[in-house]
Ligand binder design. Structure first.
Ligand code: GLU
Length: 425
């Protein structure tokens, strides 16, 4: 294996970036990826770490760690969200940035990959503190972000609200309105219809495509969705609208199971009035959160955190299809268990690429200054997603491998061309 600077970050036990490289290596070998391209992709192009002093409501300064990693710009400007969470660190942001490069390539978007994050607990901060922190972060990224350079978006712990603050701060620095510098914005300031539900929509389209190839009808299957934030709640809603019976749901506060099916509309209404959490929901039996992933169902959608599917969990999962709404929910050592047990896994870089796909549409609309209807967005999204699924499925057959490795191969085939065509020093 060639030397790479990433080793420095990979010394701690469960390096997420190492998890990316482990899959990259398998795909690279199967498809015969050039060593030069592999070496380039092992080293993120740019890694920025900033300290952000922010005045808290109690009158004291707190200094937060902020990150932005640009992994690759081989096939276009870098694209990827900004995450607010306590476990944000350099290694995680590197992994998430690399996944964005692969995700954009799989979805056939003209983008490279990046990711950002701030180590903070947004639930424990006031709106004013969050605004000051977000503006400080945006200011520190003046030379990183750019409409044709690096385009952030929401991720865990952020939403349209933070995107609006970042856009405002960026516009003030540049002295002009540049809505295309960020996506996932509220509709009133240049957001796209359909963006909010897009990641869940992608999960739904991927699930439908996989079921079709498995010879199953949506009305015949049950599903469990882990996570009830943006991705999980829209996934559950859209799957149930297709006729799938959702038997299990859960978030960080509580998990529920009902073999007769859960009324997702009732769950959505409940969280809307209950501080956006499921704790206290009465439409199903509360179960231990540890049991949700392994409870009885045909389709499992992990749409919460990374690294939740260990080898042990994978060996107990009852679903025949896993559609990864979250980024990195499966640990690399669990991949072989799914393979041995013939469980089809639609991997994160394909399954959750609906969000960045509609981000791309938002960016296109911002550049054109002309806005599409929701139907237009959804139709274009579904077409792109079905094509991406078919490409990965075909590569899985051609290379006789899992959908995860096939998704990496699909991405690497494209990125390799970009690297080679543009050349190097
Ligand atoms: N954060 C989302 C992801 O992981 C969306 C990124 C984007 O829209 O740029 O795919």
């Amino acid at each position: 294996m060639s030397t790479h600077t990433a080793n420095a970050a990979a010394t701690h036990n469960e390096s997420m970036f190492e998890a990316v490289l482990a899959r990259l290596d398998i795909a690279a070998k199967l498809m015969n990826l050039s060593d030069d391209v592999s070496l380039i992709l092992r080293n993120p192009l740019k890694q920025v770490k900033v300290s952000l002093p922010v005045m808290m409501d109690n009158g004291k300064i707190q200094v937060f760690e902020g990150y932005r990693v640009v992994h690759s710009v081989a096939i276009g400007p870098s694209k990827g969200g900004i995450r607010y969470a306590m476990d944000v660190n350099q290694d995680e942001v590197m992994a998430l940035a690399a996944w964005m490069s692969f995700k954009c390539a799989v979805a056939n978007l003209p983008y490279g990959g990046a990711k950002g994050g701030i180590k903070c607990d947004p639930r424990a901060m006031s709106v004013g503190e969050l605004e000051r922190l977000t503006r400080a972060y945006a200011k520190s990224m003046k030379d990183v972000f750019g409409v044709n350079k690096d385009i952030p978006a929401p991720d865990m712990g952020t939403s349209g609200r933070e995107m609006a603050w970042i856009l405002d701060e960026y516009n003030k620095m540049m002295g002009e309105d540049l809505p295309g510098v960020i996506t996932g914005k509220p509709i009133a300031i240049g957001g796209s219809l359909g963006r909010d539900a897009a990641t869940g929509r992608g999960v739904m389209v991927n699930t439908m495509a996989a079921l079709k190839r498995m010879g199953k009808k949506p009305g015949e299957v049950t599903a469990v969705v882990q996570g009830f934030g943006n991705v999980g709640s829209h996934s559950a809603r859209l799957l149930s609208e297709q006729g799938v019976k959702i038997v299990g749901i859960g978030d960080h506060t509580a998990s529920f199971y009902n073999e007769k099916g859960i009324d997702i509309k009732a769950a959505l209404d409940f969280v809307a009035k209950n501080n956006r959490v499921l704790k206290g929901f009465k439409g199903a039996t509360e179960i231990a959160s540890d049991d949700l992933l392994t409870s009885k169902c045909d389709v499992l959608v992990p749409a919460a955190l990374q690294n939740v599917i260990t080898e042990d969990v994978a060996s107990k999962i009852q679903a025949k299809l896993v559609v990864e709404g979250a980024n990195g929910p499966t640990m690399p050592e669990a991949d072989h268990i799914f393979k041995e047990r013939n469980i089809i896994v639609v991997p994160d870089i394909l399954a959750n690429s609906g969000g960045v796909t509609v981000s791309y549409f938002e960016w296109v609309q911002n550049k054109a200054g002309y806005y599409w209807s929701e139907d237009e967005v959804n139709t274009k999204h579904d077409e792109k997603m079905e094509l991406a699924f078919a490409n990965v499925w075909n590569n899985a057959e051609q290379f006789k491998t899992t959908m995860r490795i096939a998704a990496y191969i699909t991405a690497l085939q494209k990125i390799e061309q970009g690297v080679k065509l543009k050349g190097h020093y």
